[in-house]
Design a protein around this ligand. Structure first.
Ligand SMILES: [Ca+2]
Length: 140
């Protein structure tokens, strides 16, 4: 009799342990990181990107943070660093009232430094730095 209770208790213990593991699995992302860890890694990554870009551009770290936030907003629902021509043109159209197709295409090509058809975050910042704060107008 006491043996049976003992077994039940053991079973419950195993079950709890199993559920405990399950909830850990649910919270953990790739490489066993929790969502909080991933958030921290992404923030650190972005801070580093901001600092690197601030050295290369006319922008301050705060300005870059704001421009990266705008980038994320414009790229909602797509992969990181994959702003396509359509989204970019929409941005120029809305922000600067640009409608000239040839001009829009040339600006896109100027921004797309590695010519892969997408504007990554650093291309976005570098391009805007020239576009908004460049001392010498780029030839288009
Ligand atoms: Ca690119």
């Amino acid at each position: 009799m006491s043996n049976k209770i003992g077994q039940e208790r053991l079973h419950t213990l195993e079950k709890n342990q199993y559920q405990g593991q399950l909830s850990t699995v649910k919270l953990a992302g790739p490489k066993g990181l929790t969502m909080a860890d991933i958030g921290l890694v992404l923030r650190k990554q972005q801070n580093k990107l901001g600092e690197t870009l601030a050295k290369k551009t006319h922008f301050t770290v705060t300005e870059i943070d704001n421009l990266l936030a705008l980038y994320r907003k414009l790229c909602e629902g797509i992969d990181l660093d994959r702003m396509d021509r359509t989204r970019f043109r929409e941005f120029l159209h809305n922000a600067f009232d640009m409608t000239d197709d040839i001009l829009l295409d040339r600006i896109f090509k100027y921004f797309d430094n590695d010519n892969d058809g997408f504007i990554s975050r650093d291309e976005w910042i570098m391009g805007l730095s020239v576009f908004l704060k460049g001392k010498i107008l780029f030839s288009i």
